[in-house]
Write a protein that binds this ligand. Sequence first.
Ligand code: DGL
Length: 258
Amino acid sequence: MAKKTDPIAVFDSGMGGISVLREMVRLMPEEDFIYFGDSKNAPYGTKTLEEVRSLTLSNIKYLLEVHHAKAIAVACNTATSAAVRILRELYPEVPLVGVEPAIKPAVSCMDHPRVLVMATPYTLNGDKFKNLKEVYQEQAVIEPLPCPGLMEFVERGVLYGEDLEYFLHEKMDPFLKDGIDAIVLGCTHYPFVRDTIQRIAGDEVLLFDGSLGTARELRRRIHAAGLENDAEHKGNVTFLNSTGDPGRIRLSLTLFNM
Ligand code: DGL
């Protein structure tokens, strides 16, 4: 039986989910959080459905059973797409949220915009994205842009510089030359390279990510389950990483405090 003093677990294939964790901590400073990054098995975005699903299920089981998480945030678009439905079936009593590309606010930003959705190949091949694309296809031109290799920059702590710019130009230039109105950062690693993406896209292009929406949804679900911690409690964040490497924890803290 979960207690309101138990922690909230936030999970990602690596460092990316820290972009979502930051919003959650801002919104719920009274909660304790455990952040688990599976950097040992990253990237997830180029793996098969079976691989992503099985890694996600076993990591969530570990967070529930060993760390007694009272709620779960799957702060990874790839893992959400592969496993969130099954997780809800397995743990119907646990407040659980996933993330998905923030296409809805992006398509509503103007009349019939051209929207670039940057995400992992896995996310863009998944049913979740295909359904979203179908729902909004009358309202916008939606261009998927798979970015295998981009999360690795963040995993190495490379958030600026020539190599990153070269990589992004190669990916984005073919779309930018025809004009893009909005970009969806459809992988939780990408907000950490937001400045570079914005510079390459130009100031007039609007950028969207789903972190704040996910944090709000988690707060709603914790409230509905009657599991909010006492308002006067000062929450803690504990970082765990499957590599066991202290360098990963240091990088996690740097990204968290950015
Ligand atoms: N951060 C993850 C996401 O939001 C994926 C990165 C990866 O492991 O490929 O999709």
